[in-house]
Design a protein around this ligand. Structure first.
Ligand SMILES: *[C@@H]1O[C@H](CO)[C@@H](O)[C@H](O)[C@H]1NC(C)=O
Ligand SMILES: *[C@@H]1O[C@H](CO)[C@@H](O)[C@H](O)[C@H]1NC(C)=O
Ligand SMILES: *[C@@H]1O[C@H](CO)[C@@H](O)[C@H](O)[C@H]1NC(C)=O
Ligand SMILES: *[C@@H]1O[C@H](CO)[C@@H](O)[C@H](O)[C@H]1NC(C)=O
Ligand SMILES: *[C@@H]1O[C@H](CO)[C@@H](O)[C@H](O)[C@H]1NC(C)=O
Ligand SMILES: *[C@@H]1O[C@H](CO)[C@@H](O)[C@H](O)[C@H]1NC(C)=O
Ligand SMILES: *[C@@H]1O[C@H](CO)[C@@H](O)[C@H](O)[C@H]1NC(C)=O
Length: 258
């Protein structure tokens, strides 16, 4: 073989090797980036819940971080409640969420549930959030700086909210109001009104998931096998291990097949 032929064959081989990885922005074949129809970039540690089929029950990403892209929505489910993800910032590890039924068709804040972040779920409130305390269906008026929501007045019942720590410390609402709901909003959004603030959402920060620490420390990416109920570690050489990509690991599982 003459040197030019060798050169072109090498170039061709290089091209084939590269193009087999070209669908991904990273060498992790099992951890592709993709976009929802609304343009949201879904990348590790998030993954596409709507691409995930029961025939291939494993995914790459944090458990609970699956996002359902459908029509123009990108929904993250947190303890059975639906939140539309409007932004993911992969640099400072934060995401912006909007409660899917937080405001009614008139833009009136009518929040149905508290957001509950379990201790072992790696999401936390951001410093950018402040809290609104809503009190719905109160039969007498609430004291001090409570703001009344005139859009929810019904036959002598009123609903109120307090901004963050403006609420009196020993407020006795039980027996006076039907329901209290605590809602995070971005501090900046409140200038545009309380309905607008809820529509703009709030920010959560994410941390390294506890079960993923060893995997990520070995430069792998963490995932899960739902049928075997075990966590997985996707390594950039194409192998899948249990918890770490470190070569001395004997927990070799399987090779990546296309
Ligand atoms: C995604 O959302 C669509 C539309 O709301 C729903 O029909 C579908 O069941 C959801 N998929 C998953 C995996 O939750
Ligand atoms: C969810 O967010 C996307 C992108 O910001 C937006 O286009 C879509 O209308 C939102 N869906 C709902 C139900 O608010
Ligand atoms: C999507 O986000 C990931 C993570 O930040 C980044 O590596 C990738 O380049 C982004 N994709 C595009 C097409 O912007
Ligand atoms: C994350 O960075 C963006 C700019 O890239 C900034 O607007 C946002 O406030 C930052 N969020 C946090 C929680 O620091
Ligand atoms: C107040 O209670 C009535 C009767 O139960 C209910 O129909 C209404 O939706 C409630 N309003 C609010 C704002 O919770
Ligand atoms: C007023 O609120 C009370 C609970 O505080 C509820 O039992 C009652 O049904 C409400 N009435 C109306 C008309 O919304
Ligand atoms: C929401 O949380 C507050 C305490 O932070 C609690 O008093 C209230 O009852 C909760 N509301 C609901 C609907 O669970």
């Amino acid at each position: 073989m003459c040197p030019t032929q060798f050169f072109f064959i090498s170039l061709l081989l290089l091209f084939i090797i590269n193009s087999s990885r070209a669908d991904n922005t990273t060498p992790f074949g099992y951890c592709p980036s993709s976009f929802c129809d609304n343009g949201l970039n879904i990348s590790y540690p998030f993954w596409r819940l709507d691409n995930y089929h029961s025939t291939s029950p494993q995914y790459c990403g944090y458990p609970g971080f699956g996002i359902n892209c459908s029509q123009l929505n990108s929904i993250l489910y947190i303890s059975d409640d639906s939140f539309n993800v409007t932004k993911i910032d992969y640099n400072n590890l934060s995401l912006t969420l909007v409660d899917i039924d937080g405001v009614d068709h008139r833009g009136c804040p009518r929040v149905h549930h508290n957001l509950t972040l379990d201790d072992d779920f790696p999401l936390e409130y951001s410093k950018l959030d402040l809290y609104l305390n809503f009190y719905y269906n109160c039969t007498v008026s609430l004291p001090d700086s409570a703001d009344r929501l005139d859009c929810l007045t019904s036959r002598g019942n009123y609903s109120y909210f307090y901004v963050g720590d403006h609420e009196p410390e020993d407020l006795k609402w039980y027996g006076i109001c039907e329901k209290k709901v605590v809602v995070p909003v971005m501090e900046g959004g409140l200038m545009r009104g309380v309905g607008a603030a809820i529509g703009e959402g709030f920010v959560l920060d994410w941390q390294i998931a506890k079960e993923c620490g060893k995997c990520e420390a070995s430069e792998g990416r963490c995932g899960y096998d739902n049928s075997k109920h075990e966590s997985l570690c996707f390594c950039n050489d194409g192998t899948i291990k249990f918890d770490t990509c470190e070569s001395q690991s004997t927990q070799f599982l399987t090779h990546l097949h296309d």
